[in-house]
Design a protein around this ligand. Structure first.
Ligand code: PLP
Length: 385
């Protein structure tokens, strides 16, 4: 049975509430296999770095076309561990888009470095290469920080403009750490997310395109040296079976039970991505000329963690959709420099990020949404506007 047919069978009635995310329908599809996977772990008892973790790492690396994959405790930890492995430290500047989840910049602050906020392109919601060049030039001119790395974020599942950002990085001798927390399964040209930068961090938070049943994440990299450093850092700085901490580390491993769950979900991941893209195409068509939608550049495919529209008067539209019992999300209501935690870090103008924070609204796009439900969302948005 296709996912769309299974979802239709589970939707109690087409007029019921529509959730922004619906993990219960997915669980109904996969429950037997997931329970069997968990049971295997309970039986062998290797709860930390068991065989499922190693198998998952191999399969994720192969899927993404990356040389190495190291499974870790969350997307936020993946970013921080990657920065530690890259030896990013106090006095270093890391260029982060101003319109992203707080964890992107928090990881930079947690290694003692300074996030420098870069504006985004309104149409794609991703880092603006032109503003990145301006920000790098400003940091160089001021001379207080050492420009070290760029952290593009693949917002809502859409890969950032790695071609343009890569050229800027090469010109300025900067490293790139991709925040691919939302975009595992995304594509740019003939490459998948996880192999679009020398090192990438992703998240398996339950509502992500590939999600586990708790916190989880992974680092994918082309560099054997970075992979080795990441493996040590996620396990208290130890290498192999040695008990000596060779460097500072943390408790940063993915649990074996979460790996077992992810192995089951990886089996159906391509089918789920296809379903997310079908729904996205339905929205794109049904809402054409009605609202602005995140633009997907030619040659790129989003993983559609979220389907996001932009409307002035967004809060009014959200209230109307709430009234129709249609779940929506505000990702994000604040740009990074508007969070109290990051107030001290910015002296740059970030108009596109501020505008998006006022105008974005994310619609349900999970794989178990029915065509009928997607059409109800389209009708409700059209009626409200
Ligand atoms: C862009 C971005 N970066 C980082 C993270 C952090 O991931 P996690 O919640 O797994 O720590 C998230 C997820 O929520 C995210 O959306």
């Amino acid at each position: 049975m296709t996912i769309a047919r299974a979802a239709a069978a589970l939707a109690v009635a087409d007029e019921g509430p529509i959730a922004l995310f619906d993990l219960l329908r997915q669980r109904a599809r996969l429950e037997g296999r997931i329970k069997a996977g968990i049971d295997t772990v309970l039986t062998h008892g290797q709860f930390i770095l068991g065989p499922e973790v190693e198998l998952l790492e191999k399969r994720l690396a192969a899927y993404a076309g990356a040389q190495h994959c190291i499974a870790v405790s969350s997307g936020r930890d993946a970013l921080m561990i990657a920065l530690m492995a890259m030896n990013v430290k106090a006095g270093d500047a890391v260029f982060v888009p101003a319109f992203t989840f707080a964890a992107s910049a928090a990881s930079v602050v947690s290694v003692g470095a300074t996030p420098v906020f870069v504006d985004v392109v309104e149409e794609t919601c991703n880092m603006d290469p032109a503003d990145l060049e301006r920000a790098i030039a400003e940091v160089k001119r001021e001379g207080k920080l050492v420009p070290r790395a760029i952290m593009p974020v693949d917002l809502y599942g859409l890969p950032a403009d790695y071609a343009a950002i890569g050229a800027i990085a090469a010109k300025n001798n900067l490293e790139i750490l991709a925040d691919a927390a939302q975009s595992f399964g995304g594509v740019s040209g003939n490459r998948r997310v996880g192999s679009l930068a020398a090192i990438s961090a992703t998240s398996f938070y339950p509502t992500k395109p590939l999600g586990c049943y708790g916190d989880g994440g992974a680092i994918l990299t082309e560099s054997a040296a970075l992979a080795e450093a990441v493996r040590a850092i996620r396990s208290h700085g130890r290498t192999g079976s040695g008990d000596a901490a060779e460097r500072l580390g943390l408790t940063g491993r993915l649990d074996t039970i979460q790996a077992a769950i992810l192995l089951v979900k990886l089996d159906v991941f391509d089918a789920e991505l296809r379903r997310r893209r079908e729904i996205a195409a339905r929205y794109a068509e049904g809402l054409k000329g009605v609202v602005e939608q995140q633009a997907i550049p030619d040659g790129m495919e989003s993983a559609y963690a979220l389907y996001t529209i932009r409307v002035p008067g967004r809060d009014g539209l959200k209230a109307k959709l709430d009234g129709e019992r249609i779940g929506t999300g505000l990702f994000y209501r604040l740009a990074l420099h508007q969070h109290p935690a990051f107030k001290g870090y910015n002296a740059r103008a970030l108009p596109a990020s501020e505008r998006l924070a006022n105008e974005v609204l994310s619609l349900p796009v999970h794989p178990d949404l029915t065509d009928g439900e997607a059409d109800r969302v389209i009708e409700a948005v059209r009626a409200a506007l």
